[in-house]
Ligand binder design. Structure first.
Ligand code: NAP
Ligand code: ZN
Length: 366
């Protein structure tokens, strides 16, 4: 059993400003990685650039990271960062810019390497990385993962390196600008992280402290997701906390089958990451129940659902439905069965029929 969590994390209002020294000590020339619009609107980019300007640290901004970032974008950004000569990287935004910033920091620190190194395990180290999340789902600010889209293979995959940010500055105020759909999709991702970590083949007392607490926080957020109550600033802090805590759980175990099943749905149908994972959670718990009913009961208790069907209906209301063809259903089941590393996260034996059933229960087949 091992516990490893090297990221220095601050979670509080105005933490970029309050902990500016922790940020500026990471280097002398900063490369900022962000998405196309949101960080200019929600104040996160301004918070970071103000701190850099005050410390007279030159910076350049790459603001062209798309959702589910591709290898091509990461390479383009890394080339710009190398040309600028930055010696540290700051990711600002949702999981897409944060994940991209990890891969970019790796390529920038190893200019002799090509993009091939991303999926070839070697002894490579990245430049120092700071992460400022503005969504409440991926926990990328505290995880070692960086998921990229591989167009060649028509799917997404985590790179071969474990790259923890050196510093995470987490402030719920940026969520005030998020739409209801973005909050729902991303906090469903956090829920998936908690559940999948808690039921993972590598589950142990360390990660389950985080996953259980994350689920407790998620349960308290249900009225805000259903719009029965209106979120105020301190509630956005809880959304962020749930996400970071869930990230701390998967940092120890990794994710499991709902994530593995989600990637094809995101790639082929553009379904946002959190929603794509959430679609599979009820069927995943149903299958798990066959082998370990007490563990599933415990998850439902923490989440404050009486039955698994209540949980299924809650998520269906929240997320809606996605339809695929019969042919895709069979292909997705084959792809999962052909990938032993994805199946190794499941603690029991699993058959193709069970994987196929999980897909068929979670999606509309047309
Ligand atoms: P995202 O793809 O980073 O962002 C989704 C959208 O939200 C973008 O259009 C973005 O706009 C916008 N946005 C971001 N913050 C906002 C805010 N505060 N207010 C309004 N809009 C905002 O979404 P995500 O769900 O956070 O990240 C998904 C990615 O993370 C996927 O690639 C997934 O595979 C990965 N992931 C990584 C881990 C990990 O451990 N590293 C875990 C789970 C998922 P802009 O483009 O304009 O910024
Ligand atoms: Zn996720």
């Amino acid at each position: 059993m091992r516990f490893y969590a090297p990221t220095d994390v601050y979670l509080e209002k105005d933490c970029v400003k309050n902990h500016s020294k922790d940020l500026t000590k990471l280097g002398t020339k900063a490369f900022i990685i962000t998405g196309r619009h949101s960080s200019s609107v929600n104040g996160s980019l301004q918070d970071v650039t103000s701190v850099l300007e005050e410390a007279a640290i030159p910076y350049e901004i790459f603001n062209d990271i798309e959702e589910n970032p591709s290898i091509e974008t990461v390479v383009k950004a890394a080339n710009a960062g190398k040309a600028f000569g930055a010696d540290f990287v700051i990711g600002i935004g949702g999981g897409s810019p944060l994940d991209a910033s990890k891969a970019i920091a790796l390529l920038m620190a190893n200019p002799e390497e090509t993009a091939d190194c991303l999926y070839t395990p070697k002894e490579l180290k990245p430049l120092p990385i700071a992460a400022v999340p503005t969504t409440c789902g991926t926990g990328s600010e505290v995880t070692p993962n960086a998921v990229l889209t591989i167009h060649e293979k028509e799917t997404k995959k985590s790179i071969s390196y474990h790259l923890y940010p050196d510093l995470a500055l987490v402030d719920g105020k940026y969520l005030r600008f998020a739409s209801r759909n973005l909050l729902i999709n991303t906090v469903t991702d956090a829920l998936a992280h908690c559940i999948e970590s808690n039921l993972h083949a590598k589950n142990n007392p360390y990660n389950s402290m985080f996953s259980s607490y994350g689920m407790k926080l998620w349960a308290a957020l249900k009225p805000y997701l259903m719009e029965e109550e209106e979120a105020e600033d301190h509630i956005y802090d809880i959304f962020m906390l749930a996400s970071t805590v869930a990230g701390m759980a998967i940092a120890q175990t990794g994710t499991s089958l709902p994530h593995a099943l989600s990637y094809e749905i995101t790639y082929h149908y553009g379904v946002p990451h959190g929603k794509a994972c959430g679609l599979f959670l009820a069927a995943y718990l149903k299958l798990y129940q066959k082998y370990a009913p007490k563990m599933v009961r415990e998850v439902l208790n923490i989440l404050e659902f009486n039955t698994l069907d209540d949980f299924r209906l809650f998520l269906k209301d929240l997320l809606g439905e996605v339809s695929i063809t019969e042919e895709e259903l069979e292909r997705y089941a084959d792809n999962i069965m052909a990938n032993p590393s994805k199946l190794s996260t499941w603690p029991f034996e699993i058959t193709r029929d069970e994987v196929r059933d999980m897909l068929a229960q979670s999606l509309i087949i047309r």
